[in-house]
Design a protein around this ligand. Sequence first.
Ligand code: PMP
Length: 477
Amino acid sequence: MLSKQESIDLRGKLIGESCQLFFRKNPLKIVRANAQYMYDEKDDAYLDCINNVAHVGHCHPAVVKAGCDQMSVLNTNNRFLHDNILLCAQKILSTLPENLSVCYFVNSGSEANDLALRLAQIHTGNKDVIALEHAYHGHLTSLIDISHYKFDLPGGVGRKDHVHVAPIPDTYRGKHRDSNKSEEELGSMYAEEVRAICNKIQEKGKGVCAFIAESLISCGGQVIPPNQYFNEVYDAVRASGGVCIADEVQVGFGRIGKHWWAFQQYDVYPDIVTMGKPMGNGHPVACVVTTKEISESFNKTGVEYFNTYGGNPVSCAIANAVFDTIETENLRENAVVVGEYLLDNCQILSRKHKVIGDVRGVGLFVGIDLVKDRETREPNPKCAKFVHQRMREEHILITIDGPHSNIIKFKPPMVFTKENVDAVMSTLDRVFKEYREKSELFEVNTTRMPGYVTDGKSTKEHRPIKALLERSNIKSI
Ligand code: PMP
């Protein structure tokens, strides 16, 4: 095995620099994982709160065995008859509304969303796509084009003419926030924004191709769209000739506990559902499910669909094992119980730490929104950065996301336990306290002790500050 430094050096030389790496200044070298724990090259364990891909737990023995067994017998493309793909399709369809009855197997969430857009274009004959502010739907060119999260970055490709961005339906810090309004009213106000976009498209003599959204918005900051939103949006989009795509790549497969798919909590019926990440527990397998009518339009073009690896016997054996494990280990129930416990404990923590502006979540999809001020709700990315780094030092892996990089995201493997929550909460409590002390120190330094500090950096050692630093175990400010 290469030393960690050798890995860093070689990666620097061999792998594209823009490829994302967690903790770039001091990356983690993870060499093995089990259930909700990951281990580095020194065999130090890290609690994984971020891996929504290792859905039923890292290296789950049943999933590993299913893949190995099938790999030793046959793996080939799906132009031959094979039972695994059929079993997998049956399992997926048994969890979905009846109108969603046809599957296309692919290899990644991006491929699934790209195919979903293609199906929508062919079925509707339209091109204009409506997506949400801060949304991410994949890395293919077609998806970067509709992902505000990427195309709107300073070096991004910008908004293309066929792309329309609707405001994120975030009741905490979105465009419409009004504590006197009910959730339903806010849902309608945000839906009205989409209706206005549909009208504009139609005024230009065109129709809508598709509305695409995650049913819970992850990259946008663990946002939970208000009730009524999707119901009204779906009506408006359909009235303008479009179809509705639910991107369940991050939030599907029982993560919310109560339902298999996050859209089901809103009682809406998408025309296309895309799924990926958790489906293979780390193995690349994904799927697009759609209606008979949309599938027929695709078929009528006469252009056959072929995908070398999509739906191969090994991928489907693995996906079937993931499905079975969710059921045999009652992982959806676990998501409900542990998710509620996590949410409750985050709420308790918020009573102690003013930096927590909002706590929201469903099942094992939870976010903590960090603010500078609870009244103004101004985001606090500085605190988020501090917490992210300190938690890593404490061997707990969390991620930070959202347009302001101020949301702590939890999307752990579904085997997460209440004991894991306790460990995360007590550590977060300590880390928030450290942050508060650090901020107070900074305030003391800059406002009350001129002469000792420039740009927040201590120029002279100051004894009371040193004592505080030692007490709070902060290495430097
Ligand atoms: N949709 C959503 C909501 C995602 O979060 C992602 C990946 N983060 C994708 C699509 C793309 O999936 P993949 O990386 O498997 O291509």
